[in-house]
Design a protein. Structure first.
Length: 422
């Protein structure tokens, strides 16, 4: 009995690789907890383990899809810009730094290629599995943390990193079918983001929820004209009702709303408020633009802009950071990837799995406005984006035409020239 149960469980895991892939994505989180954010070698080990897992899951599976042309060209241009940028800046970096980043990028792209061409994944299930495991790991850094100036500083981690993990769990909860589990994960993830005061994560989570809802509304099956018209009227009335309610709430409780916004977003905080230039981000953005203007075509080298920034701080912008590192060539490849992913996901918006992908990609594009998350391979958020970016616009491989054996073995009618005697 137990043997039969174990065989059936193993069969389910092989048939639904989302369980193993979703759980594996948390190895980056575990590595950060174990290494206290100071041992990048652990992240590389997690990446290699993931590459091995993807190879095992796809071993013997034929390629059933091909990468879309825009995505393929964008990926090649981006990888070429990374290699050319290093070649133009070899005097700035150690060979080990260049080798580690190039190897990691090749591993990440190779994983994404195998996932896109050989697997048929349900992103809703994969994100849900990742969310559940992430919530089980979160008590470890939270228990070792402390409150400083009203913000939870988790043990060994940057608060924005824990907020990012909670945000990905929030996105995973949007597509969960069990309502109790969905609301539990949404509430816990939201509480963690508020506790660590990760404003970028809260903003991106809101965008993800809106994108998920919009894709669901736009992807609803067509109805009869009369029902469709009534539905449009109801939707318009609902929007007007929400707008009127929001206006009335603002007029009646403007002071309370401002206090709530300040509590969540730290608008007037002397260290992180509006008067600080978005926590010093405006200065970082200016410095990143200056780096790019010095080498506009190929940039200063992939993952290297931080070493050249004031106080070695990141650009706090995925787009400006990548622009400074890979120049306009790398940025063109990245934006091509993003555009192809959005177009491919929107075409499939009626699929609940695609709606989960839409939510994650929308959040990623917004999150990158204020945080340095673009092309990455050391965190689950960037890995998920890269997978979906290559997966969404893929195309089915055309199978060669084959004559069925039953028809090929039977002689067909003999054709005769027109007018010939029978």
């Amino acid at each position: 009995m137990s043997r039969h149960f174990s065989q059936s469980a193993a069969g389910r895991l092989v048939r639904r690789p989302e369980f193993m892939l979703g759980a594996w994505l948390n190895t980056f989180f575990a590595a950060m907890i174990i290494g206290h954010s100071r041992q990048p070698a652990l992240l590389f080990v997690a990446l290699v383990a993931g590459a091995a897992l993807v190879v095992v899951l796809t071993w013997g599976r034929p390629a059933r899809h091909q990468i879309g042309p825009m995505t393929a060209w964008g990926s090649l241009v981006l990888l070429g810009a990374i290699l050319a940028g290093y070649a133009a800046n070899l005097d700035r970096y150690d060979a080990s730094f260049v080798f580690a980043n190039v190897t990691s990028m090749v591993l990440a792209l190779g994983m994404a290629y195998l996932v896109a061409t050989r697997l048929d994944l349900d992103w809703r299930l994969l994100l849900a599995c990742h969310a559940v495991v992430a919530l089980l790991l979160m008590p470890l850094p939270i228990a070792a943390g402390q409150m400083v100036w009203g913000r939870l500083l988790p043990g060994g981690l940057h608060p924005n990193y824990l907020g990012m993990i909670a945000m990905v769990a929030f996105i995973g909860a949007l597509g969960m079918r069990p309502r109790l589990l969905r609301w539990l994960v949404l509430l816990v993830a939201s509480a963690v983001m508020v506790a660590v005061s990760s404003r970028a994560s809260m903003l991106a989570s809101g965008v993800a929820a809106l994108a998920h809802a919009a894709a669901g509304a736009a992807g609803a099956p067509p109805r009869a004209p009369a029902l469709a018209g009534a539905r449009t009227v109801h939707a318009a009335l609902a929007v007007l009702g929400v707008g009127a309610g929001a206006l009335a709430l603002w007029l009646l409780e403007a002071d309370w709303l401002m206090r709530a916004a300040d509590l969540l977003l730290k608008i007037d905080d002397p260290y992180r408020g509006v008067g600080t230039g978005a926590s010093g981000r405006t200065e970082a953005w200016t410095a990143a633009l200056a780096l790019w203007s010095a080498q506009p075509l190929l940039g200063v080298g992939f993952k290297g802009h931080t070493f050249l920034m004031p106080q070695e701080l990141p650009a706090h912008s995925a787009y400006l950071g990548l622009l400074a590192e890979t120049g306009v060539l790398g940025m063109a490849g990245y934006l091509t990837q993003c555009g192809a992913a959005v177009a491919g996901l929107w075409r499939q918006r009626r699929d609940p799995a695609s709606r989960a992908g839409i939510a994650l990609v929308a959040s990623y594009l917004v999150y990158g406005l204020v945080e340095t998350r673009a092309v990455g391979f050391g965190n689950p958020y960037s890995i998920l984006f890269l997978w979906i970016a290559l997966y969404a616009p893929r195309l089915p491989l055309a199978e060669p035409f084959r004559i069925p054996r039953s028809h090929a073995s039977q002689p067909g009618p003999i054709s005769r020239p027109e007018g010939s005697p029978p």
